[in-house]
Design a protein around this ligand. Structure first.
Ligand SMILES: Cc1cc2nc3c(=O)[nH]c(=O)nc-3n(C[C@H](O)[C@H](O)[C@H](O)COP(=O)(O)O)c2cc1C
Length: 387
């Protein structure tokens, strides 16, 4: 991998940190752009009280000087403002007061397997890290990768296509410009009518003490053909994207292009015929493959979807067992969102941006942004790529 990153931090601890390695020198970063993505991750109808407390902003403590990357690892931090309410319970150091342990694992969460695996008695020692608060750090990393991709002519966007039983109508072709107002929609949905129905579905679910899942879609434009490779299982870009999306908390499925729909069609209706013209070079009239063939980009827009399960923390908890007494009990009632598909889409964008930036750096290399640009231009010339 050309890019590596690791995050650290607990949901109610002092904050989240990401170390990102592999970004070339000379890339301009704008704090407000990273903060904008962090704010987008906090939005969406169906969020709980926590997001009213947090005002996520990035702090950079390494790898950047006067707004330009140095080529050294970037250290990105997002503080947890809520830590002030948890200082005793989540202090990294011993505290005087006795802190009550949590003994009621939630079905569908990391609580029970994590407790068994790590030998804890307190479920909080697992849930704090399993929480998707961690995705704030990923979004900061994704914003850096997005800045790199923009320099290479690549744009990444997302929208929500399903919440609960409500599905949006999705046009076959979407341009970057079509996504302009998407963050103004309370559910980040491009189909206004479906968006309103999604809001109503979330309200109904919340009233019934239920949570909801759904599906988001990430698209990327401006990709050159040949990112990723067919030659080995772990160099296939479809596999790398699937892993990146599946690594997001609560994702239970990934689809590339028409995916599950295509599985039920005949071959002639499943693929994208190849055309060539003087002005455009190679082009396709359809994009059923979602921009990937043989584990490589084919020059068409990338289309990836993530299917999210309903959130496991419920305001009317499911049955569980007290891990100390082994008596039947109701699962922990922790403060929770009721639907976070809109936010998950923003995290999906970040993860796709990481994979694509990695694929560009792997193919074109470069310690300075200009080296990367130069190698990209030389490749485009060799293959006669005009877009
Ligand atoms: C953006 C985002 C926010 C989330 N918020 C919550 C939440 O408030 N409550 C909850 O129970 N799960 C939430 N989750 C999902 C859990 O973190 C996830 O279900 C849990 O870590 C178990 O992992 P698994 O579902 O992948 O098996 C959220 C996920 C994402 C992507």
């Amino acid at each position: 991998m050309a890019i590596r990153f690791v995050t650290a931090g607990e949901s109610h601890g002092p904050g989240l940190t990401a170390i990102l390695e592999g970004i070339p020198a000379g890339l301009e970063l704008r704090r407000e752009e990273i903060d904008r993505d962090l704010a987008r991750r906090q939005l969406g109808h169906g969020r709980g009280g926590r997001m009213k407390i947090e005002r996520d902003q990035v702090r950079v403590s390494a790898g950047l000087r006067h707004g330009r990357t140095l080529g050294s690892p970037l250290a990105l931090h997002v503080d947890n403002l809520d830590y002030r309410n948890w200082e005793e319970r989540m202090n990294p150091w011993p505290v005087e007061t006795a802190v009550e342990e949590v003994h009621l694992p939630r079905p569908g969460h990391a609580d029970l397997p994590g407790l068994l695996k790590y030998g804890h008695s307190d479920v909080r020692n697992v849930l704090e890290r399993a929480s998707a608060r961690e995705t704030a750090a990923r979004v900061a990393v994704g914003a850096v990768c997005r800045a790199l991709l923009r320099e290479l002519g690549v744009e990444v966007r997302s929208h929500v296509v399903q919440i609960g039983s409500v599905r949006a109508a999705v046009p076959e072709e979407l341009a970057v410009e079509d996504f302009e107002g998407v963050d103004e929609s309370p559910v980040r949905c491009l189909d206004e009518e479906a968006g309103a129905a999604m809001v109503a579905e979330i309200d109904r679910a919340r009233k019934a003490n239920e949570s909801l899942g759904g599906v988001f879609e990430v698209r990327a434009w401006g990709l050159v053909p040949g990112l990723g490779s067919h030659v080995s299982w772990d160099s296939r870009l479809d596999g790398r994207l699937a892993q990146a999306i599946m690594s997001i908390q609560a994702m239970k499925g990934v689809a590339i292009g028409d995916a599950f729909d295509v599985a039920g069609r005949v071959g002639s209706q499943a693929h994208d015929e190849i055309f060539w013209s003087q002005e455009r070079g190679y082009w396709r009239a359809t994009n059923r493959a979602g921009g990937l063939e043989g584990g490589m980009t084919n020059g068409e827009p990338l289309i990836v979807r993530g299917a999210m399960k309903p959130l496991p923390t419920l305001t009317r908890p499911l049955r569980s067992v007290d891990v100390v007494t082994k008596e039947p009990a109701q699962a922990l009632r922790e403060r929770t969102d009721s639907c976070t598909v809109p936010a998950a889409g923003v995290v999906g964008e970040a993860m796709v941006a990481v994979v694509l930036a990695d694929a560009y750096l792997e193919k074109f290399g470069g310690d300075h942004l200009d080296d990367l640009r130069g190698a990209l231009e030389a490749y485009k010339k060799r293959i006669g790529w005009r877009r």
